[in-house]
Design a protein around this ligand. Structure first.
Ligand code: ZN
Length: 166
């Protein structure tokens, strides 16, 4: 028996509720009052979660266990670097946990996270804070809709029909 009920697939906007816990049971993140909407098939969420949501329908609940390789990557011990304070804008107050992006020579944006603030230097880590972690997502698919042409060309969701330029 076949069904025409919509399923999670490429070019669908998927709304999910989720709780993310570490292997030790610590809650790392969860959806807020409203579900998280993302565009499926465009790497807007970690690959392991996106893959396990494929083919699900609204109302489906699942526990997706995502290895570091399909999550935020393995932790690279060489990813931590000490950068002189003056390399950062003087008017920005820098604290632990902040995220910055630096441009690589080939124009890619490289995210980095502040792990330590010293008097004349900032220690940044190129590893995502969740690199090396196995991620456990308890997910419920709440809703599905087809993405708009504009959303497909941007590769991400425009909530509430908002228009923006970037
Ligand atoms: Zn956009």
């Amino acid at each position: 028996m076949t069904t025409n009920a919509p399923r999670v697939a490429k070019d669908q906007v998927v709304a999910i509720r989720y709780t993310l816990t570490s292997q030790s049971g610590e809650i790392l993140d969860q959806s807020g009052d409203s579900p998280l909407a993302y565009l499926h098939g465009y790497d807007n969420i970690v690959p392991g979660l996106e893959r396990q949501l494929e083919g699900k329908a609204p109302g489906d609940k699942l526990r997706a266990v995502v290895t570091p390789a399909e999550g935020y990557g393995e932790r690279d011990p060489a990813g931590s670097q000490r950068v002189p304070r003056e390399a950062f804008p003087a008017d920005i107050h820098i604290e632990e946990g902040m995220q910055f992006a630096a441009q690589s020579p080939d124009g890619r944006m490289i995210p980095m996270w502040v792990t330590e603030v010293e008097e004349s230097a900032i220690v940044v880590d190129l590893n995502h804070p969740l690199a090396g972690e196995t991620l456990i997502f308890d997910v419920e698919v709440v809703a599905l809709r087809a993405a708009s042409t504009e959303e497909l060309s941007h590769g991400h969701v425009h909530e509430h029909g908002s228009h923006h330029h970037h």
